[in-house]
Structure formats: C-alpha cells, structure tokens
Design a protein around this ligand. Structure first.
Ligand code: GUN
Ligand code: FE
Length: 421
C-alpha cells in the first residue's frame, strides 16, 4: 500500500542553494521510503500503481518546527502587543481553558483538520500543561496521518494560578505520568519534553526535565531569546548564568535533539553553544513581525553552520500556512540586509524553501527531499489559480507558488508513504 509511483513536476532541494526541477517525472515510493526520481520510469517499477498528477507540481511537505495548537483560535488576535503582555492578556487565558476536555476536543479537532489541509506534513507542537488535553491532541494528530512531535507544556512559576503547575515535583510527575500513559500508543506522534521558557520554569523544573529527557531519550523544545524584555527578565532570574542559552545548557537541555524557537537576539557566545551542541533553531518570522520581537539573523546562522528550520509559531504567527512563513523569512532577510548590514546577504527563494523542507525535516531524520532512503513525504500543488497566464517554465511556476500559494492549492498529501487525501 505504501509502494507506488507519483507522476508530475517534481521540485526539491539537493542542497541549500540548489533547486532541482524535474519536469514530467516519476517519484517512486517503496515501503514508505523514496527510491528516487526518474524522467523515464525504470522497468523494475513499471508494475507499481501510479498516481498521475499530470501537470501539477509535487514538493516535499513543509515541516513546521514550532507552533502552539491551543493558540490556533487566537490567530490574528492581540497583534498590537509585545510578547510578555500578549502572553498575559491573550495567550495564558486561552490555554487555561484546555483544562476542560470537551473544550479541548472542539478546538483540537479544528486545529488538526486545518493542519491536515495545509501543505505541512510534519510539525513540532506545543500543547498546554494539561495531560488529558495533550493526549487528546496526540490522538487526533495520529488519526490524521500527519507526523508530529507533541509536548505537554511544563511551567511552574510566573504564570496565572489557573495555568500553573503546583511546583516542580508536581510538574515533573505530570510529565512522567503522561509519558507512561502514551507509551506504545502512537506510531507517528511522538512526545517531546517542553519547558515553556525560562521565565515560567524554576531551576528545579528545568533540571528535572533535563534528567527526564536523558532517561527517556526524548527530544526537547522551548523558546530562546525572542524579545528584549524577556531576555532582561531571564538575566534577573538567573544572575549566575552569563546568557539565556547557558541557562538551558546548564540543565542539559541543549542538544542536537533540541529545538529553540526564535533566537532573534543571540550573542556570539550563545551561537557558539548552539553550534557546539547541534541545537536546532526554529525561525518564526511571522511571529517575530507580529509581536515586534525583531529580525533573526538567519544568514549568519547559516554561515556559522547552525541547524535552522522554519516555524509558524501559531498564534504569535497568524497562520498555519508555511508558504506565508517562507515569504516572511525572505522579506525579513531583505530588510535586515537593507537596514542592517551587507554582511546579512538576503535569503534566496530556494534557500527559504530548503529551510522549510530539508532544514526542519532533518530534525525528523531523513525528511524533506526526494532522495533515495528519504521518508516519502509529498504535497501536490494545483497552481492553476495562481499561474493564470499558463506559464510553462517550472522554475517560474515554483517562484509563484512560494509567493502566492496557500493551503487552498494543496490537492493531495502523502506522509511517510501514506496518502492522507
Ligand atoms: N514564549 C513563551 N511562551 C510563548 C508562546 O506561547 N509564544 C511565543 N511566541 N513565545 C513564547
Ligand atoms: Fe512559540
């Protein structure tokens, strides 16, 4: 069932600045893995079923490396505030409602339906502090066929009473019982340790989560250096640490299976830590614009060899649509070059596409390209409504998809060799 052939115009990125355009070609999926892309289908695959997408464009799915499922309903709300006010006024009250499982059921149903329809194939998702609601989110994601990592959020200080775990012991116990209860239940939905961010996690909690991640061999996701007031606050809370990244590092939370969202205002020393540990940066440009966090120097990250992917950061980001995130990553990189320094060469279209596919995909393993041995993720784009002049050149059609497409253009999706629709 997960051995088949796709026919269409296949586009992916063999390297950061390299776009591979395969017109009228065949991508072969064998047992969920890509066996290659061919302009003439080899004889040995000729017996396989073919999904023929004609003149449509087939891309690897997008990987959303950072978003908050409970915040989906807030998309577009509270966008006149900066991070800390926005958390208090907009975000924490919404997340507190997920103590009610029937509310969570309604909200997470809509979230997963819309994520499924989008061009995203994989995502690293924050839930809330609530174990039951988070498990429900995991069930819904699993049923959708999408691949995801989902975190029950941990937070034990500096948050409202109705969204605060009693203390570090209670917060850690909740993570352990969550891990126990989901053990063996899911195949494409994995747990990820999720301290919200330093201001809302005591040292004891961060330390305990580092131990749990090590003991259970689990990845980690959190926020780092998003907003200037947040950074000042971390300095006050942790006067013994030289910088924000070193707080996570001290507790064993910075590794090559860690994603840190934002990283807008990193110091050189923090970039060294991220480089040495192999930590992933989730660049979230829509969010960084909306809540005025700043412009992350993505070119510098890439020049330094850091691991970078893209995230929607719903609902700091206003949309689940990764194409919009790609556009804003491009736009912000152009502004940083113009307003800042020529050292920050703007991102090219192909580079931002790479970050949204292979860049974040590598956090999941061999994901984000049509190369032999890669997990077979594919999204079929019908570009007829944006390619109104009937352009034939595949590169130009690709550029239009990056700048003009949305979830509406997605007409089929495959994840790890399974057709979702
Ligand atoms: N920092 C801590 N929590 C959050 C959140 O929910 N969204 C964003 N953008 N930043 C955060
Ligand atoms: Fe976030």
């Amino acid at each position: 069932m997960n051995t088949f052939v796709l026919h269409g115009n296949i586009v992916h990125t063999p390297a950061l600045s390299e776009l591979k355009l395969c017109t009228d070609s065949y991508a072969v999926c064998e047992n969920g893995l890509c066996a290659g892309v061919f302009d003439v289908l080899p004889e040995k695959f000729s017996h396989l079923p073919v999904y023929d997408f004609g003149d449509m464009i087939i891309i690897p799915g997008y990987v959303d490396l950072h978003l908050h499922a409970p915040q989906y309903q807030n998309c577009g709300l509270g966008m006149d505030m900066e991070l800390l006010d926005w958390l208090e006024a907009q975000t924490f009250p919404t997340e507190a409602r997920f103590a009610d499982i029937s509310y969570a059921d309604m909200e997470y149903t809509r979230f997963v339906e819309d994520l499924l329809k989008s061009a995203t194939t994989r995502a690293c998702v924050f839930g809330t502090i609530h174990k039951e609601s988070t498990m429900l989110l995991m069930e819904k994601l699993e049923a959708s066929g999408l691949c995801s990592m989902v975190g029950k959020v941990s937070m034990d200080r500096n948050c409202p009473d109705n969204l605060k775990e009693d203390d570090s012991a209670a917060a850690l116990e909740s993570v352990e019982s969550w891990l126990d209860e989901i053990d063996g239940r899911f195949s494409s939905t994995a747990p990820i340790i999720t301290p919200r961010f330093v201001p809302s996690c005591s040292n004891e909690l961060l330390e305990g989560l580092g131990v749990l991640s090590e003991r259970h061999n689990l990845p980690i996701q959190s926020h780092l250096s998003e907003n200037l007031s947040e950074i000042d606050w971390v300095q006050e809370l942790c006067p013994d640490c030289p910088n924000y990244a070193s707080v996570y590092d001290k507790f064993g939370l910075m590794g090559d299976r860690t994603i840190m969202a934002h990283c807008v205002h990193l110091t050189e020393d923090e970039m060294d830590i991220i480089h040495d540990r192999g930590t992933y940066i989730a660049h979230c440009p829509t969010s960084n614009v909306n809540i005025r966090s700043g412009i992350a120097p993505v070119r510098k990250f890439l020049d330094r060899g850091l691991n970078v992917g893209l995230g929607t950061d719903v609902s700091g980001g206003h949309t689940l649509d990764m194409a919009e995130v790609i556009r804003q990553a491009l736009g912000l990189s152009k502004l940083l070059w113009r307003l800042g320094s020529e050292e920050f060469k703007p991102l090219k279209t192909v580079e931002a596409f790479y970050l949204a596919t292979r860049g974040g995909g590598s956090f999941f393993g061999k994901v984000g390209a049509f190369e032999p041995g890669y997990e077979f993720d594919a999204v079929v784009i019908d570009d007829r409504d944006i390619n109104t002049r009937g352009e034939q050149d595949l590169e130009k059609r690709f550029e239009k998809i990056i700048y003009l497409s949305s979830s509406w253009n997605v007409c089929a999706k495959f994840v790890a060799g399974r057709r979702l629709f």
